[in-house]
Design a protein. Sequence first.
Length: 569
Amino acid sequence: MGRLNMTTAVVRTVLNYKNYDDWSSQIKTYLLAEDLWDVLGEERPKTEDEESKAWERKDAKALYAIQNSCGDDTYKLIKDKTTAKKAWNTLFYELKQMEQRKQMEQMEQALNIAYKSVSEVYPTPGVSLEEGRTGEHDESDESGETLESIHKTFAKYVKSNDWVNAIKFLRQHRQLGCARLPFVRSGTALHYAIQNLERFCERIIQELVELMAMEDLEIQDNLGYTAIDYLIKYYPERVEVAKCMVKRNHNLLSPPYDDVPRVVVAQGKTKGEKMALWLYSRTSPETLNVIYAAQLVSDGFRLQRFDIVWNLIQRYPKLAVAMNLEGNSPLKALASNPFAFKSGSRLSLWENLIYYDISINPLPHIDTDIRINVGEPESEHSDEGPLAEQKENKRHHLISSGIDCIYQMKLVHERVQQFLPLMCEAVRRDDMSYYQRKKLEETLFVAAERGHVEYITNFLRYSSYPIFRVRNKKHQSLFQIAAECRRYNVYNIICELFQKLDKCGFYKSKYGLDYSEQELKEIVEHKDDLGNTMLHTAARITPLSQIDHIQGATLQMQRELQWFKLGNY
């Protein structure tokens, strides 16, 4: 190994506070060339022998190389360090992290600039009135006031919620409609008014909108939000405010190209049902991207809002397996909803009697050439057409009787049963990508785990997808999953199929999915990756086994014995 030259710097770059990356690259190359790099990662041998002494010599040379390549300012950071590793780590934490902090600060500054207007970042003598700037000289209006003082006066009125004077002042200086206010992230007075909508009435918003130029309603703040975006975000139930804004500027219905459509945002809000329905009625479904349409359907299932869902599913039933913004499909959202199916509800005897006595009329089929009609959402009036008054009276009676929740429950179940056949018919294995097939099979596993028998039977009746042949990661069939989770209603499907075999020993479905008696037996006798058959699965209790709702150990044992007998069917 060559000797260190003590009379010259070991690397060309002398370390300072600004060139750590260049210096560290050069010093690393030097240490590797001199066979000294390993001491930065190794600990000194504990025994006092030749190996320990050799390590000390290499460490001293590496430490000297690091010290000798530092400038006067950076040498102070490591002058008291006794090993090369300590010196190296100290310089990394002190200098590299400082560079990273500076880069983050510079990035934040760049982002702040990026979200400001051009006139603010690059002022010119002809600067716009939005910022109230006057370039190198003050301009004045006819009253002799400077634009800056006008802007400050208006901002003071708005910030103090003195809307009487603010609107009066805006009538005198209409250019203030586009003035950007620093206390609302460079938004307009309309931004501020909508974000504080609970403090005053809608009339103030309407007056502001009337006084502002049409294009001023499209102004975005530093976060890229317009005033109507904040309305949908914070007050989605205030549909009348949105109507007056859109009446003034129809472009508000069309967000920027890369933004999520506002109807999708409203549909996902807890109180956004009316807003979403109104926005959807003003939106041509053909203009929605597939991913956004799928999100509308998914949120409709999640929040039990069916007007938009019914409209979209009738137009485009293949949305059932389309990917939404969460990377899932509407069918997955439906299977994951525990309230979407009767099988997921536990009702007492009298609740069941009421449930089956309630009659729900189906939703009418739509004309695909006509957009959805705007009215009250179905959750607020549950029936359509000439029977609306009669059904409203029935709903009022149910509410007064304290059983409205059962009515709402059955309404959801009936609507889902109306949607599922259309969605299942659109599921064809040959038309689906590998990703879509995997996602669909995941939804079937979820349905089997949760005991949603209606979900699986609709697939059996209306879909050509071979659901009996799907397997999870443990190579379990749907019926093994149902047996493990103790979902007897799903497991009973296979038993019913055996009972419905024709004289030739075949079961035939609507879409030609024919199963012979032998094939059904093979499904029952199928073994998973561990070699477990249906009988083994029924004999085991796992964390997925749903037996906690059965009171008492004896009853639980009796129930498990019944499962074992069923598995031996």
